[in-house]
Ligand binder design. Structure first.
Ligand code: ATP
Ligand code: MG
Length: 325
């Protein structure tokens, strides 16, 4: 892959507060090409949102300490860029969609007006052109009566409709990268599928790279070409979705899949993952998953690096046979 939209390499960061330091991300690797939808999955607290926020430098500067690695967006070294430079990318080159659409919308302003402001902010369009764009932007996210919705306030719309509006706002400037952090978690299942299909359609039509964050492997399975599995801020497995989900190599990914009714083998019992999430203030030196891992052996006292396994995906596990990277 020659031109990557996003390339995160060896990213480690901690949150340092009042003498205590919590290691939140450790050696994270992730890349996305144009038009590609890449999933980032992991249980609550695994660092998915922190990764998303790091990409556009939205983490609290007072406490965030980057200790290794780089984030390169469209050839721009984000960590080396100033706040002014990164601020120019946000909303324009990097769009965001979060879990709760209401927080992204202004409750006191009509949908049309909000979209109009976003379009004007990120483009050189005249007032008349921007007004016309409001209509087409709503049509593009498949809102059936844009002329009505334009004049409505957020509270008058359903959750799914609101999320469509947020997606329209995020896509208004035709960003190169869309970061969707749990975009469907607050929605019911049928609406979830519609929103995911919409994101996939827009990514295809515009060649937008998408980072789709979810704690739900079902969501990832249906929308992404590749997936990265995060556990306690470390990438444990990464590769083409069908490979990772059908032949998961890492014991953590295997446990995640077993806990999912849709993907799990019908005959196998649902399992919850035994053991506790590690204390990030005291990150273990060996394999991060070892304390919960049924396959743990002596080698796991040393931290495994991500290496290419036989089915062409990367796995950080000593119990998995790998070809050298
Ligand atoms: N502003 C903050 N200050 C201190 N710690 C934080 C802050 N934001 C996140 N964390 C910690 O960073 C870790 C990763 O959190 P993050 O929000 O990225 O998880 P997540 O994978 O997005 O989880 P979820 O699925 O619940 O959204 C957690 O241990 C969390 O407690
Ligand atoms: Mg999150």
């Amino acid at each position: 892959m020659s031109e990557l939209v996003l390339e995160i390499k060896n990213l480690s960061l901690s949150f340092d507060t009042q003498g205590a330091s919590a290691s939140i991300l450790k050696n994270v690797e992730l890349h996305i090409g144009p038009g590609e939808i890449v999933g980032l999955v992991g249980e609550s607290g695994s660092g998915k949102s922190v990764t998303a926020l790091a990409i556009s430098k939205l983490l609290p500067t007072q406490i965030t300490k980057f200790s290794s690695g780089s984030i390169v967006f469209n050839g721009i070294d984000i960590l080396a860029s100033s706040e002014t430079e990164v601020a120019k990318l946000r909303g324009k080159r990097i769009g965001f969609v979060f879990q709760e659409p209401m927080t992204a919308l202004n409750p006191t302003m009509t949908i049309g007006k909000q979209l109009f402001h976003v379009i004007r902010r990120h483009s050189e369009l005249t007032k008349t052109e921007a007004l016309a764009k409001v209509r087409t932007a709503l049509e593009e996210v498949l809102i059936s009566k844009p002329e009505v919705v334009e004049n409505q306030y957020p509270f008058q719309l359903s959750g799914g409709m609101r999320q469509r509006v947020v997606i329209a706002m995020a896509m208004a400037a035709n960003p190169t990268l869309l970061i969707a952090d749990e975009p469907t978690t607050a929605l019911d299942v049928t609406v979830q599928a519609e929103i995911l299909n919409l994101i996939a359609k827009l990514a295809k039509d515009h060649g937008t790279a998408v980072l789709l964050i979810s704690h739900d492997l079902g969501v990832i399975a249906n929308s992404c070409s590749r997936v990265t599995v995060l556990y306690a801020g470390e990438v444990v497995e990464s590769g083409i979705v069908s490979e990772v989900l059908r032949k998961p190599q890492h014991p953590y990914t295997q446990a995640l899949i077993k806990s999912l009714p849709d993907i799990a083998d019908r005959d196998s019992l649902l399992e919850t993952i035994a053991g506790e999430f590690p204390d990030l203030r005291n990150r273990p030196e060996g394999c991060i998953y070892a304390p919960r891992c049924p396959k743990k052996f002596e080698a796991c006292e040393v931290r495994p690096m991500l290496r290419i396994a036989k089915d062409l995906h990367s796995v950080a596990c000593w119990a998995v046979e790998t070809t050298e990277k």
